[in-house]
Design a protein. Sequence first.
Length: 371
Amino acid sequence: MQAALVLETGKIFRGESFGAGGEAWGEVVFNTGMTGYQEVLTDPSYAGQIVCMTYPLIGNYGVNQADNQSAKIQVQGFIVKEAALNPNHWQLEKNLSRALVQAGVVGIKGIDTRALTRLIREHGVLKGVITTDMEHLTELVKKLQDWEVPQDVVAQVSTKERYELEPTKRIAADTAEAPYHVVVMDFGIKENILRTMREKGFRLTVVPYNTPAHEILALNPDGIFLSNGPGDPKVVTEGIETIRQLLGERPIFGICLGHQLLTLAAGGDTYKLKFGHRGGNQPVQDLRTAKVNITSQNHGYAVATESLENTPLMVTHRNLNDQTVEGMAHRELPVFSVQYHPEAGPGPSDSLYLFDEFAQLMSERRGQHAS
């Protein structure tokens, strides 16, 4: 079956359908990962977006349940140069095309993904639609130009009810070594973040993004975690206000969208990047040690450096490609955040030590309250 990708610029890419039929509307972005396509597909941070994979062959190890980052495929649509329809891997459960069909997600293959990526780099993120209806392509351009990208994506991907997860690391039962209790504000969290914290010995209570501060504090956590998630941080007003009220109450660690929300809660500002950072190969330097880690990233917004001057936050990490802010710490409180994903999924795991730093802050607070 034929398919086409139509962009708001009027550019049309013609290819073949390899997922569900119909239409998929969203912001068209690109990811530079050579592997990890399943994690990309199921990452809630991609909700509302059509993802183009820059690596030319996608799907060669298939799809399996273990690598999912959420309960379903989150992307609006999927774009590849070549789709491997006969994958081979010991964990293989289905091929990529079948996974898309079962999820009702439209995919297109056989287009020039290199040309599309260059177009996005030139113009910035573009509105687009993948369609299997080849008769009315030019009409879609005007519709795209008038179409507004949905803003309430965090509400769509956050948990609707509170739930708890026990640590998977065995810890002694005495008070000093009891598991750290972390309340996770879910703005669209990935499974690998939850898995990593449980492996570190944390007991987790995951709450909806709009949970008030007093309800979080009533759970008496050792620390608070601000998760990743999709979209513009400035529209998540309830989360920003909650974080503002939580500052100084408990140690706080934020990742990705959580990093941006922390900035806004502390009086800083964020802005939209031209085409974002999406992939597993972003070099980030820790300014405190000068050490460089290769990081996994997925975000379209960033913290405005100059906006931090009148806040209690200081920059701790920088992206070596474009010098954007990749990490911050509060000058007085046990509060810090990073823009990238230290838990990977997919990508390198160089930065897992940040979860240990979070544990250290909680340990110090527990010691202060015990004395």
